[in-house]
Ligand binder design. Structure first.
Ligand SMILES: [Zn+2]
Length: 182
C-alpha cells in the first residue's frame, strides 16, 4: 500500500516542479509564442489536475493521462528550445522532473492484475472429472454458448468459469446452444 502512495506523492512534487519551471520558461517568451505556450500550460494543468483523482486510486486512466502530460511537457520544452535556443537551468530541471514523472507514470501504468490462473488450468485427472457433474449443461461465464457436459469443449472450460444448468431451457435464457446439442 505505502509504495504507490509514495509514488503518487512524489509525482505531485514532480508536477509542481514541472509547472513552476514551465511557467518561468514561458514568461521569458513574447508575442504569439507566449500566448500559445500559456494556453498549453493551462491545458497541461487541467489534464494533470483531473488525472490526479484516478491516479490516487491507482487507476490506469490516471497514470495514462499523467504520462501524456509529462510527455507533452517534454515535447513542449524541446519546441521552446528549438525556437528560442534558450536553455537555462530552469529548463534543465523542468525537463529532468518531467522525464522522471513520465518514467513513474509509465511504470505505474503497467497492468497490475497478476491473479493469473496459471496452475488452475492443469487438467484434473480424468477419472475424477468424468464421475461428477453438478448439472447436465455447462457454459463459460465469459462465453456465449452452452454445452452438454460430455462435449470436448465443455471440458476445456476452466473450473472457476463454469456455469452449470439442469435443463436446456434454463441455459437458453443466457446462452446459445453449441453444436454438440444438435
Ligand atoms: Zn459443445
Amino acid at each position: 500500500m505505502g509504495g504507490w502512495k509514495l509514488s503518487f506523492f512524489f509525482t505531485d512534487v514532480l508536477l509542481l516542479v514541472v509547472f513552476i519551471g514551465l511557467s518561468r520558461t514561458i514568461f521569458k517568451l513574447s508575442g504569439f509564442g507566449f500566448i500559445v505556450e500559456l494556453l498549453a500550460l493551462f491545458a497541461f494543468l487541467g489534464i494533470a489536475f483531473l488525472s490526479l483523482i484516478p491516479a490516487y486510486e491507482d487507476a490506469n486512466s490516471g497514470w495514462g493521462f499523467l504520462s501524456l502530460v509529462f510527455f507533452f511537457v517534454l515535447v513542449d520544452l524541446f519546441l521552446i528550445w528549438l525556437r528560442t535556443n534558450l536553455f537555462t537551468k530552469t529548463q534543465l530541471l523542468t525537463a529532468f522532473a518531467a522525464s522522471l514523472g513520465l518514467f513513474i507514470a509509465i511504470v505505474k501504468l503497467k497492468p497490475k492484475r497478476h491473479e493469473s490462473t496459471e496452475g488452475e488450468d492443469k487438467p484434473v485427472s480424468p477419472s475424477v472429472k468424468t464421475e461428477f457433474y453438478p448439472g447436465k449443461y455447462v457454459a463459460s461465464s465469459t462465453g456465449t454458448v452452452f454445452h452438454k457436459a460430455t462435449c470436448e469443449w465443455a471440458k476445456k472450460i476452466q473450473k472457476k468459469k463454469q456455469v452449470w444448468f439442469g435443463t436446456e431451457e434454463e441455459a437458453k435464457k443466457s446462452y446459445k446452444p453449441h453444436s454438440c446439442l444438435n
